[in-house]
Design a protein around this ligand. Sequence first.
Ligand code: MG
Ligand code: MG
Length: 262
Amino acid sequence: MGKGKVYYKTEDEIGLLRESSLLVGKTLAEVAKMVKPGVTTLELDAVAEEFIRDNDAVPGFKGYGGFPNSLCTSVNAEVVHGIPNNRPLEEGDIVSVDCGVLKNGFYGDSAYTFAVGNISAEVEELLKVTKESLNLAIEQAIAGLRIGDIGYAVQNHAERHGYGVVRELVGHGLGRSLHESPEVPNYGRRGNGLKLREGLVLAIEPMINLGVKEVRQAEDGWTIVTADGLPSAHFEHDVVIRKGKAEVLSTFKWIEEVLKEK
Ligand code: MG
Ligand code: MG
């Protein structure tokens, strides 16, 4: 991924990407309704898959590179690419849920990290700062700036709080493929990298660790976990580069409406 052709989308294509991205937001809101102690990530996955198919789409991750499920569910020290399983979530856990859909030939891809019941103030702060780092990155995702400006925004904010910024996994272009060029690292130098042009659609996705930045792959061949076993958070939005201000195609609005009711 990340080395091929860069596709700039037409407004018609952006419309389809918006539809796919919004469906991911709605799917994650269905997941949000279920997240509580005792639920398993396989139960979340089943509901998400059914919801996606009921909305005339197909899960974007299922079968992608051989991934077995519709959601990536990464608990606590798991950073990304966790495989849903039968272990009930426990009070105080966090679970990062990454969801992709394919509809009308275009992908949507968005992620949100949920608290399971009450979590420690330390981990609450990690979630808050990770989401802030995503929003700061989106502020840099405008025509004329560069990929490095996005990465710098994430890295600067996260490291100011003493957190580790994962290097091995990055955001990406999004379109008819789930992972298009360019790569969108969560670290970088201002003014460096590909210049952003209108119509470029990016999935921006900070993965931020409470402790060290280093990660390793678990024995299942998929799950990425922190090297020190401390928790990690992940938030992801799909955005289109515009003049002056990015348009965010995905949304956390429905997720956060559900969470407010809890
Ligand atoms: Mg994702
Ligand atoms: Mg992604």
